[in-house]
Design a protein around this ligand. Sequence first.
Ligand code: FAD
Ligand code: FES
Length: 223
Amino acid sequence: MVEVEKGAGPLLKRPLSLHRWLGGDFQLLYRVAGKGTDILSRKKPGDVVEVLGPLGNGFPLKQPTGPVILVAGGIGIAPVFGLAEALTKVKNRESFPLLFYGARTKEELLCLNELKSLGIDPFISTDDGTFGKKGNIVNALMKYAARQGKGIANHTLFACGPAPMLKSLSAAAVKLNLKGHIAMEQHMACGIGTCLGCVVKTIDGYRRVCREGPVFPIEDIVW
Ligand SMILES: Cc1cc2nc3c(=O)[nH]c(=O)nc-3n(C[C@H](O)[C@H](O)[C@H](O)COP(=O)(O)OP(=O)(O)OC[C@H]3O[C@@H](n4cnc5c(N)ncnc54)[C@H](O)[C@@H]3O)c2cc1C
Ligand code: FES
């Protein structure tokens, strides 16, 4: 939870994912969505920003025993990139990630050079066809799965992106018999589990994105 400004600025801290861990430092990667992120984007080197965190859980990195598929939609690449970077360091090369990355248009695709430096050559789609395949990234994943003789049910899926993408990905995961985890977004107020403003419906009842999440087993979310 990142404080935008002391005093006059927006009162509530804004939730942002950890994009990269760099030893003792970390990086955030965010889209200017409104007032808070606009103010943040105009900070100068040396400005001090109060941060509360890390909060909630993360992708269960110890879980994958087989091949991994990552799916990122839009600014969902922020945490997915960090996960991809971590997975490339796992000794077991089977866990080296296959990345599906969708965005609305070419200009919104981020981290492409950085992915290349990790040795990752992502499957890319854009809604308007200005880069990669035209269409949405869940369809690209379905087509990829159809091309694999034995399917992709032995893969572990990790994803982050806008709710409509995650909803469609959940339906695809059922069809493909694919298990995994997704990072959910909700509006947040406190970030520490007290206001209940960030709940999502799961098969076990309502769960707080800021405490029990943001990462949930994909099959647990009730859409
Ligand atoms: C766990 C979590 C991790 C996130 N990680 C990132 C990240 O790494 N990078 C990034 O760019 N964004 C991330 N977001 C979304 C980010 O928090 C919002 O874009 C931001 O809070 C908007 O603040 P604002 O003041 O700029 O916009 P506002 O003026 O508050 O709102 C502008 C628009 O953004 C929408 N919005 C506001 N808050 C959220 C929210 N929490 N989730 C989704 N939409 C929202 C509003 O509905 C409105 O349409 C994350 C959200 C969550 C819950
Ligand atoms: S933001 Fe308050 S409970 Fe999650």
